[in-house]
Design a protein around this ligand. Structure first.
Ligand SMILES: CC(=O)N[C@H]1[C@@H](OP(=O)(O)OP(=O)(O)OC[C@H]2O[C@@H](n3ccc(=O)[nH]c3=O)[C@H](O)[C@@H]2O)O[C@H](CO)[C@@H](O)[C@@H]1O[C@H](C)C(=O)N[C@@H](C)C(=O)N[C@H](CCC(=O)O)C(=O)O
Ligand SMILES: Nc1ncnc2c1ncn2[C@@H]1O[C@H](COP(=O)(O)OP(=O)(O)OP(=O)(O)O)[C@@H](O)[C@H]1O
Length: 481
């Protein structure tokens, strides 16, 4: 981090120390930097202290007792917490210089972040974005590797950003691993909570409580902007009110600060938004009731920022979409391919229900499961797909370190368990997409979910091709060639 910067003095446990940077990976330590040793899930940073010192570490921070080191050692009770606080201090608490907006929830963070950034920019303010698809700082785009980056990267971007507003997606991993400690927020948005990441958090209750912690990071005058829908939204609302936080809600009730309702019962695209003084019926930029909630989250936050509803409505009419979220690619025969990042049971249900609502012909659904994702959601997702789709094609997604043969076996067993003749397995993702392309019929909606525009690992070869341009595009989109 910042190897060429002039040394800065930071205070560690009431001692002033001059450092040129901070690291939590021993392999990255340079002369004059602090190394923070973190006991992790796979290894223990304390085992790498010697390596860090050999690389020039000026001081070490860790949780375990150490003596006799050739550089100062500071023992703390929580190394992740110390890392976050020291980094915020090193960069002089950059979150205080921005209007900070954090977005959490199982689904909808990226879509809401893109919508909100667009609304903010249309209102004349500059806006940084930190999230799953791209990080945009001072108008420069940096491909994303994580939803919430590590604390060093995060504070560095906040320090570099000259943008008035920063919109950032906050994952439950980011909260749990204290990547956002040292950041205070003006607004925190909650979209929803449903089954995901139970392999990491252990239970949905713990998962919820982790997300709830983000609201402790609100500045004293800060406001929560939440969906009060469903059990978790209601629980969060009760919690925030009982802790005297300022809260604004969006949802389907007239008691909500922003009331959202379909313009007519069967509509997947036209919704009415009422903020108490202004009512507008609009065609939302992405279809589906769930996207109306995402629009609502962005709209209500825009209002809190002082942007008028009329202006928000105008901004929405020019929203270019969020990459890999309900993105349509036409097929020459009159079918549509839709790429979507649905990767949770609720995401599947919402997305497929929306396709069903605009059904002209068949729904063909191609998807797989990330090898290192929560395994407990896989069967539920397949069952949902079987309910809503006319043909289900399971294929491989990113293996994430998982053995390919065991993943294929799991997929085969899952198909057998459903007993549904509409399910088939085409292990090669390219072939699965080609199969759907070649068998497309007029009016078909062919959904490819998962992966989306990820920059993550990909172990499949893309064959050289002579097919129509759009199929190439579709494959490139899925494979990043
Ligand atoms: C599963 C997970 O979340 N892992 C995080 C965790 O890693 P860990 O505990 O396994 O670390 P470890 O490998 O045991 O190492 C322990 C410590 O020793 C250090 N070390 C290790 C080796 C060495 O040679 N030298 C050294 O100093 C490491 O830097 C680390 O600080 O702690 C590390 C920081 O200390 C994180 O970087 C790492 O996030 C990884 C990179 C990650 O990508 N996690 C994913 C799951 C994640 O965060 N995803 C969410 C989105 C989820 C979603 O919604 O889909 C995200 O925000 O992106
Ligand atoms: N409000 C919502 N409720 C339920 N499902 C949603 C909602 N918004 C989006 N989805 C579904 O979840 C998918 C992922 O959406 P999005 O990327 O906006 O969420 P996310 O929270 O950022 O997820 P991730 O952090 O994993 O990227 C969408 O492609 C869509 O299928």
């Amino acid at each position: 981090m910042n190897p060429n910067s002039a040394p800065r003095t930071i205070r560690i446990l009431s001692t002033d120390v001059e450092v040129t940077g901070i690291q939590f990976h021993s392999g990255k330590v340079k002369q004059g930097e602090i190394f923070v040793a973190i006991p992790g899930m796979k290894s223990d940073g304390h085992d790498f202290i010697e390596q860090a010192i050999e690389s020039g570490a000026a001081a070490i921070v860790g949780e375990k007792p150490f003596s006799g080191l050739p550089v100062p050692y500071f023992q703390v009770t929580d190394a992740r917490e110390a890392l976050a606080q020291l980094t915020a201090q090193y960069y002089d608490h950059p979150s205080r210089r921005h209007i900070m907006i954090g977005i959490t929830g199982t689904n909808g963070k990226t879509t809401t972040a893109y919508l909100l950034k667009h609304i903010i920019e249309c209102s004349g303010l500059r806006c940084s974005l930190i999230g799953s698809v791209v990080n945009s700082i001072n108008g420069h785009d940096i491909p994303s590797l994580q939803t919430t980056p590590d604390v060093l990267q995060l504070q560095k971007w906040l320090a570099e950003s000259q943008d008035e507003v920063v919109v950032m997606e906050v994952s439950s991993h980011g909260i749990h691993q204290k990547r956002i400690l040292g950041i205070t927020f003006d607004y925190v948005i909650f979209t929803n909570l449903s089954h995901d990441h139970l392999d990491y958090h252990g239970s949905i209750d713990t998962y919820y409580l982790t997300k709830q912690q983000l609201f402790d990071h609100l500045k004293p005058q800060g406001e929560a902007v939440i969906s009060s829908l469903g059990f978790w939204g209601q629980r969060l609302l009760d919690h925030l009110l009982s802790t005297n936080k300022k809260v604004k809600t969006f949802g389907g009730s007239e008691n909500n600060d922003l009331h959202i309702a379909p313009a007519y019962s069967a509509s997947t695209e036209e919704f009415r938004f009422c903020d108490g003084t202004h009512t507008a019926t609009i065609k939302i930029p992405l279809p589906g009731t769930y996207n109306a909630w995402n629009v609502g989250a962005a709209w209500l936050t825009g209002l809190q920022l002082g942007i008028r509803s009329e202006r928000i409505q105008q901004a929405l009419s020019s929203f270019p979409g969020a990459p890999g979220r309900f993105e349509m690619i036409p097929h020459p025969i009159g079918a549509k391919f839709i790429i979507d990042y649905a990767h949770t049971p609720d995401g599947f249900e919402q997305f497929l229900k929306t396709l069903h609502g605009q059904k002209e012909s068949r729904i063909v659904h191609i998807f797989g499961f990330r090898g290192n994702g929560d395994p407990s959601k896989r069967r539920i997702m397949l069952d949902i797909s079987v309910v809503w789709s006319d043909e289900v094609i399971l294929t491989l997604d990113n293996l994430g370190g998982r053995d390919k043969e065991s993943m294929l076996l799991e997929l085969q067993e899952m198909i057998q368990r459903t007993g549904a003749s509409k399910c088939k397995l085409i292990e090669d993702r390219t072939k699965a997409i080609e199969y759907a392309w070649l068998h497309a019929r007029e009016g078909d909606q062919i959904a490819i979910t998962g992966k989306g525009r990820e920059n993550y690992d990909q172990s499949f070869e893309l064959p050289s091709r002579t097919d129509p341009e759009t199929l190439d595009y579709l494959l490139q989109y899925q494979f990043h060639v």
